[in-house]
Design a binder for this molecule. Structure first.
Ligand SMILES: Cc1cc2nc3c(=O)[nH]c(=O)nc-3n(C[C@H](O)[C@H](O)[C@H](O)COP(=O)(O)OP(=O)(O)OC[C@H]3O[C@@H](n4cnc5c(N)ncnc54)[C@H](O)[C@@H]3O)c2cc1C
Length: 430
């Protein structure tokens, strides 16, 4: 789509006729809301609003092919699966991801471990392993079929002007500039969100002393849909099973060590990695080049301002331990879509601070819990202080035998705690 085409394509089709207040609000606006950032989180919100009657612009700087080409895989929670099912994209996703049958949590080479199984929650899987390309392609296809969403891609937001009744966005697409007006702008533009910074929204948090190395491997033996989270003194080491009997590792070590490991000849790299990986899947072959990520904990001081809402990594970031970051963003999108639809149905201004505060109250508190949990896990286990080692190994014994505590932890990790968004309520996938 080009910017010239917008007036014809900008959807006027509404599922239900607009009431008088809604009509007055729409006058002179190109869209009801503009989402900036067409990563998984931005796309999830656009898809979640497809039948809402709201006119949505989705603005993504990279081409669809570029956004889909990111080589990353995620541990995806049961709740995220249910949200995707509520949106209607689950049939496109489910056959191309792994459904974990075991998650094994252990402390370095201590022989005892905690094993999480689907039976613990009476579900069919404990978690999922999904590649970025699979998720984003399903969501992009959904958005393309949706008449109420204008997918502007590649298009870049270059300037914003917040006004009392609207937000004005200057967008560049195929060498043209165009100004769009909407009631609300949603920032899903990632961890280095320029929108958050330019709006003067501060944040709290810290950069970790560790970096993460990710790599995809092909083991000799079957991974049996089993994921591992092994805590070594340097940091957690996760193994995510992927389709085609591949596994992605997320290997956390202090910065200098991470760079040194990455610079090793590939045979030595594999030898060091195999020590943390364990011998359970036989010999390992590297598929593609390993990559390095810096990690941080960040929580925005607020998620909303008049005419602006933040979500996903633009609002918060966490340590990759436990695979929570993207799952929090998907849940933000489901919550925000619910709040916006309720405001719209009541004839309220969806960019008004009072309406947006409902989203912030819902999600900011829940996200604190997850940020705190991931930070606790990382600090408690990346540690050789003897009394702490004794306590956490005792904790492993207790978790393995005390089912209610194990279930509680599992519910927290899989997103089955807190307020469930409506989109996830009618899932047939347990
Ligand atoms: C090593 C590692 C492992 C991880 N593993 C997991 C895991 O197992 N499970 C999990 O849940 N999470 C995991 N995460 C976290 C996860 O990667 C992020 O939380 C998630 O990718 C954030 O998605 P997002 O859509 O918010 O942001 P992004 O994916 O960063 O998307 C932002 C989009 O905005 C676009 N954009 C930016 N500025 C503009 C602009 N001005 N105009 C238009 N478009 C713009 C960008 O092009 C981009 O496409 C991991 C993170 C790391 C570092």
């Amino acid at each position: 789509m080009t910017l010239d085409q917008l007036p014809e394509i900008a959807p006027q089709e509404k599922k239900s006729p607009l009431n008088q207040t809604q009509l007055e609000r729409s006058q002179g606006l190109d869209f009801d809301l503009a989402i900036v950032g067409g990563g998984i989180v931005g796309l999830t919100l656009a898809c979640a609003l497809k039948d809402s009657g709201l006119r949505v612009a989705l603005i993504e700087a990279q081409s669809p092919e570029q956004t889909a080409a990111r080589r990353q895989a995620y541990a995806m929670s049961l709740l995220s699966g249910r949200i995707f099912e509520g949106i209607g994209v689950w049939p496109q996703i489910s056959p191309h991801i792994t459904h974990f049958q075991r998650v094994r949590l252990s402390d370095a080479d201590y022989p005892k471990e905690v094993v999480f199984r689907p039976e613990d929650l009476k579900t069919k899987a404990v978690y999922y392993g999904a590649e970025h390309g699979v998720l984003i392609t399903a969501l992009q296809n959904c958005v393309r079929q949706c008449k109420s969403v204008s997918y502007l891609c590649p298009a870049q937001l270059i300037e914003v002007d917040y006004q009392p009744q609207a937000v004005q966005l200057k967008v560049q697409m195929a060498g043209q500039e165009r100004t769009l007006r909407a009631q609300l702008m949603v920032a899903a533009d990632g961890a280095r969100s320029r929108i958050r910074q330019q709006a003067g929204i501060g944040s709290m948090g810290w950069k970790y002393w560790q970096s993460c190395i990710t790599a995809v491997l092909k083991p000799e033996k079957s991974h049996l849909d089993t994921a591992y989270e092994r805590f070594w003194p340097d940091g957690p080491f996760a193994i995510l099973p992927l389709p085609g009997n591949r596994c992605q590792i997320v290997w956390t070590v202090p910065h200098a060590k991470a760079e040194a490991i990455l610079a090793l000849p590939r045979e030595e790299f594999l030898a060091q990695l195999s020590h943390n990986y364990g011998a359970q899947m036989g010999a390992l072959t590297l598929v593609g080049e390993p990559r390095l990520f810096k990690v941080q904990l960040m929580q925005s001081n607020c998620y909303v301002q008049p005419r602006l809402a933040l979500m996903g990594d633009a609002a918060h970031c966490c340590h990759p331990v436990g695979g929570q970051g993207l799952n929090m963003g998907i849940r933000d999108a489901a919550a925000l879509s619910q709040v916006l639809q309720a405001s719209f149905a009541r004839g309220e201004d969806i960019g008004d601070l009072r309406a947006l505060k409902r989203y912030e109250r819902w999600r900011r508190r829940e996200n604190w819990l997850v940020l705190g949990f991931t930070d606790f896990l990382n600090r408690c286990f990346s540690n050789t202080f003897l009394p702490l080692v004794i306590v956490r190994r005792l904790g492993i014994h207790i978790l393995q035998v005390a089912l209610p505590i194990k279930r509680l932890m599992l519910r927290l990790m899989t997103g089955l705690f807190g307020r469930t968004p409506n989109l996830a309520r009618h899932s047939v996938e347990p």
